[in-house]
Design a protein around this ligand. Structure first.
Ligand code: HEM
Length: 453
């Protein structure tokens, strides 16, 4: 427990950028990103901020995103201070040749050809969620949507990629996940502790959560397969462990890869779907279009992989949601060498914040950037998008391995859920947001579920 306790303390680590940005992010409590946006507007597209012993440089121009993530990707390395306990030594945390050795053999599981195999399992997970929603509709109770969509995303991954029914209670694991994703919260706990106040969440709680999190991958590995499928991501991972040509891919690597998928592949997918349902609840006309499209294309039957392309408006809702609420609002890299960006000196060791959110909300790249307009993704004549002005999945060789798959998951989920239910948002408008590693709704997104006739 002691080692885990130490790891828990690292989450609010003063070395972590997410913590160091806290004073800026807290200046506007209901929208911490707003202050960062104002600073970027005022001081230009390359903004160095001195934070004690190190410098953070915030960049906001698409061409600079390209410079860091694509053109000079090898000179800007991954940054994971404070998050290693969550991701272990998984692919997402590595660089260079080792990263390539780990990513390459897993890549086939994310090729679009594989999605055809996954769709029935996504559908099975969505149907299970719909069964729960029938109960919520009957009781009229209020549900927190990120928890709802997280448990759905975890079920989709377990069924489709691991050939397992979730061998854990997703609601409990979600609670663990929340316990330590909020880096600001962790620091808050320590501050309150120092000033002698009582606090709800102790570091021991965080440590316990982490211990429980560590137990999830072994549960996945040892659970009974649903169907003994041969073409799954879990099989690819097992093959890597058995492959003498990749000695680095050991049992611990396999455990950490599973952790990574159950984190990076669920939190982000779930946030997107929850924010999409929030936006649709505030825009009934868009919601009606999703329902009409679902009825026209699917009728009463369940979707197949072929339907994904035809669900164009629904897919646009997901794309527009990720523009307005990019789950990963900023990517962080460490400069390995001195460089120059936009005429400003970058020093080796600088932490670069690639502030994707700012480009997603910039009127130079988007007409009416604050408006929710899914049609903009369908209208070919609309103002042409500037490359790298939309980077929900990052860019370059380190971009998201599961981005395309998540769009299939969320498009099918929206089409199926809205055909049967009307989720009514009952929280504050605008929903207060929290910007830690991801862009989350502060206090959650609360809904009442109505069943359609
Ligand atoms: C809406 C859904 C998603 C969003 C917004 C998202 C976002 C991202 C972003 C921005 C990165 C790049 C991080 C960086 O450059 O520092 C990334 C990487 C990654 N994502 Fe996703 N992701 C999503 C869904 C998924 C899914 C479904 C999976 C897998 C099941 C997944 C697995 C990964 C992995 C393994 C990486 C690391 C890739 C590498 O380092 O080579 N993500 N994701």
């Amino acid at each position: 427990m002691n080692a885990i306790l130490t790891q828990a303390q690292q989450l609010g680590d003063e070395q972590s950028i997410w913590f160091k940005l806290t004073p800026f992010l807290k200046l506007n409590a209901s929208n911490p990103i707003a202050f960062m946006m104002q600073m970027a507007e005022r001081y230009g597209p390359v903004l160095p901020i001195n934070l004690g012993s190190e410098r953070v440089v915030v960049i906001t121009e698409p061409e600079y995103f390209k410079h860091v993530l694509v053109t000079k990707a090898d000179d800007y390395i991954k940054y994971f201070d404070g998050l290693k306990p969550i991701f272990g030594k998984s692919m997402i945390t590595n660089d260079g040749a080792l990263w390539q050795k780990i990513r390459m053999p897993q890549q086939p599981a994310f090729h679009p050809d594989a999605f055809t195999d996954y769709v029935p399992y996504f559908v099975a997970a969505i149907q299970a969620k719909m069964k729960q929603w029938e109960d919520y509709a009957r009781t009229g109770e209020t549900v927190e949507m990120v928890e709802q969509t997280w448990t759905l995303a975890a079920d989709m991954i377990c069924k489709a990629l691991f050939d397992r029914d979730m061998p854990f209670n997703p609601h409990v694991v979600f609670k663990y996940v929340k316990t330590y994703t909020d880096v600001q919260e962790h620091k808050g706990i320590r501050q309150r502790k120092q000033s002698g106040e009582t606090f709800e969440l102790t570091e021991l709680d965080a440590a316990k959560a982490m211990e429980a999190w560590a137990s999830v991958p072994p549960a996945v590995i040892t659970a009974d397969p649903r169907e003994e499928r041969e073409k799954t991501l879990l099989k690819l991972i097992e093959n890597c462990v058995a492959d003498p040509n990749i000695p680095e891919f050991d049992t611990q690597q396999a455990i950490d890869e599973i952790k990574q998928y159950l984190w990076a592949g669920t939190e982000t997918t779930a946030l997107t779907l929850a924010w999409a349902l929030h936006l649709l609840s505030l825009h009934p006309e868009a919601s009606e279009r999703v329902i009409a499209e679902s009825e026209a294309i699917l009728g009463d039957r369940e979707p197949t992989a072929a339907d994904y392309t035809a669900l164009a408006y629904t897919r646009s809702v997901i794309q527009e949601t990720m523009r307005l609420y990019p789950p990963v609002w900023g990517l962080i890299r460490v400069a390995a060498k001195d460089d120059v960006i936009g005429g400003k000196d970058i020093r080796a060791g600088d932490r670069i914040v690639i502030f994707g959110y700012s480009a997603h909300h910039n009127a130079r790249f988007w007409d009416e950037p604050e408006a929710f307009r899914p049609e903009r993704w369908m209208d070919k004549s609309a103002k042409r998008q500037v490359k790298y002005s939309y980077i929900p999945f990052g860019a370059g060789k380190r971009s998201c391995i599961g981005g395309a798959m998540s769009q299939v998951e969320n498009t099918l989920a929206l089409a199926m859920l809205l055909r049967r239910f009307r989720p009514e948002y009952v929280g504050a408008v605008p929903a207060p947001i929290n910007a830690t590693v991801t862009l989350t709704p502060k206090g959650g997104l609360h809904f009442r579920i109505k069943q359609l006739d």
